[in-house]
Design a binder for this molecule. Structure first.
Ligand code: SAH
Length: 248
């Protein structure tokens, strides 16, 4: 039998505090220390009034806590046997580095458990009544980040031709590349796109547009991070119609 890990990498979900799992709530209630990323809704910390809270936001380069520092802190507490929760926005394994962090800790003898959260792309689509898969329309979903460490280009052709709904994370600063890449890759110019900002929080905003009007529509809408894009015919299947803009 393995001992239950004392260090847990936990998904906080996309924003709505009720989208937290029961397991996450239990681990938070038991935690002595909680290290929180900045996309986490602070209301979730109501589950751990007893814990020491350490903010380790790392957004977009500024005010950043270096990954090495976060790792060392987790290792120190892990070795001390402290009950530590590392709370991450959405799902810790979707663009959340949980795999890297868990591996890094395990290599140094500290067992780390991972708890799923609802990832922003899934929550955003559901909040807009968009079914990400739909019989006869979309047979799968591809979650993809538009941001790469070395600025290398994505396989736009593969993404455009894959026949799955695309959910793009970290795309706000790369709309031009997304629009151009998918069009050049052969995706139909009229493919509908939903831009969903602050999914599942009271600040959520959404807007639909055509792929060939993505950049102008996003500018008119003043799309800001955090936002996901849902790209594919399923956007037109939303039970409630999204506000949309005529291509400018
Ligand atoms: N682990 C997170 C993703 C972290 S990467 C998850 O599973 O959701 C950060 C990116 O996630 C942002 O750039 C944005 O694209 C997306 N994101 C995170 N929270 C969001 C939210 N509430 N609404 C829309 N997009 C969000």
């Amino acid at each position: 039998m393995h001992n239950e890990p004392t260090v847990w990498l936990v998904g906080a979900g996309p924003g709505d505090p009720e989208l937290l799992t029961l397991k996450a709530a239990r681990l938070l209630a038991q935690a002595e220390i909680v290290m929180v990323d900045d996309l986490v809704n602070p209301e979730i910390l109501q589950h751990c009034p007893q814990a020491r809270i350490i903010s380790v936001g790392k957004r977009g380069g500024c005010r950043s806590t270096p990954q090495a520092f976060i790792n060392r802190l987790m290792l120190r507490y892990g070795r001390q046997g402290k009950r530590l929760v590392r709370l991450k926005g959405g799902d810790p394994c979707i663009f959340g580095r949980a795999g890297e962090e868990a591996h890094w800790l395990r290599e140094r003898g500290v067992e780390a458990g991972i708890v799923n959260g609802i990832t922003a792309g899934l929550a955003g689509a559901t909040q807009c009544d968009i079914p990400l898969t739909l019989r006869g329309v979309s047979r799968g979903v591809t979650l993809v980040t538009a941001h790469t460490r070395d600025d290398s280009e994505l396989n736009w052709h593969g993404l455009a031709q894959g026949g799955t709904t695309l959910v793009v994370y970290m795309g706000v600063a790369r709309l031009q590349q997304i629009q151009q890449g998918l069009l050049t890759g052969g995706m139909a110019p009229g493919t509908p796109v939903a831009m969903i900002e602050n999914a599942s929080s009271p600040a959520q905003r959404q807007q639909a547009c055509r792929l060939d009007a993505l950049c102008s529509a996003a500018a008119a809408f003043k799309l800001k991070s955090p936002a996901v894009l849902v790209i594919g015919e399923v956007v037109n299947a939303a039970a409630a119609e999204l506000p949309s803009q005529r291509a400018g």
